[in-house]
Design a protein around this ligand. Structure first.
Ligand code: FPP
Length: 249
């Protein structure tokens, strides 16, 4: 797919979150080391972010490193952190030119100092940008995020037995200020959320691509957006409530 139709452009998600899976398998199939897959995965981050800007998806969130990824061999972890540093250094000028604001979710204190520093510096330098929003999930786990949010909420409401509303509770999550994801894309054919945005994904549409992440380029991303545009999101309501005119005829 090369282009979206005008109708598809009218039904784009506002926030797409991506689980970038399959870098290792992509590299293995080429008899190359896993880091070669991650390096090509980073190239693909550029392709997807550029496509989001091209068609007008203002929020992109990338699952770059999960709490469970901490269990990977140390050379793979340090390689990933170096790729992250290289990416942010290289992209800063275009982020400023294009008005991209960087955010991070996850426990940054669990990253090596140099990685934590470049992420924090880039967040600070881009904080006034408001055209596009790129969020990196780094050392992120949804359960850990929720447990921390519960603890902070309880600290701020000592002695209260009231059950909070979602509107009262959600600002305690690390995604405070971001809209919920409308579409979650996972590459490499696995049908799992893997501890990613579990509460925020309550009404997200899910798209699974058989392609490994380094192969999930512009065309595949457009396919996913077109597929999303054809779906009917009911948020628990009936089809008739969502589109009354269609059913009156
Ligand atoms: C999953 O592939 C991918 C990751 C664990 C890391 C994703 C990270 C990047 C693409 C690079 C860093 C990101 C940025 C934004 C600079 P896998 O290794 O689990 O693949 P496999 O399941 O085939 O082994």
């Amino acid at each position: 797919m090369n282009q979206l139709s005008p109708e598809e452009k009218n039904n784009l998600p506002r926030h797409v979150a991506l689980i970038m899976d399959g870098n290792g398998r992509w590299a293995k199939s080429r008899r190359m080391p896993r880091l070669f897959g991650h390096r090509n995965g980073v190239e693909n981050v550029r392709a997807v972010v550029n496509t989001a800007k091209e068609v007008g998806v203002p929020y992109i969130t990338l699952y770059a490193f999960s709490t469970e990824n901490q269990n990977r061999p140390s050379d793979e972890k340090s390689g990933l952190m170096k790729l992250l540093e290289e990416f942010l250094k290289k992209e800063l000028s275009s982020m400023m030119e294009d008005g991209i604001r960087l955010r991070a979710i996850g426990d940054l204190s669990g990253l090596p100092d140099f990685a934590q520093k470049i992420v924090e510096d880039t967040i600070e330098q881009t904080q006034e940008n408001e055209n596009w929003n790129l969020t990196l999930a780094l050392n992120y786990g949804s359960r850990q995020e929720v447990l921390k949010a519960v603890s902070k909420y309880a600290q701020n409401h000592p002695g209260s037995a009231n059950v909070p509303t979602w509107e009262q509770f959600s600002p305690y999550l690390e995604t405070a200020g971001l809209p919920d994801p409308d579409l979650i894309i996972r590459t490499s054919g696995e049908f799992r959320l893997s501890n990613f945005l579990l509460l925020q994904a309550a009404y997200a549409e899910i798209f699974v691509s058989p392609l490994h992440w380094p192969d999930f380029g512009r065309d595949a991303f457009l396919e996913a957006l077109a597929d999303y545009a054809r779906r009917e999101r009911r948020f628990g309501k009936t089809s008739e409530q969502i589109q009354p005119s269609v059913h009156i005829l």
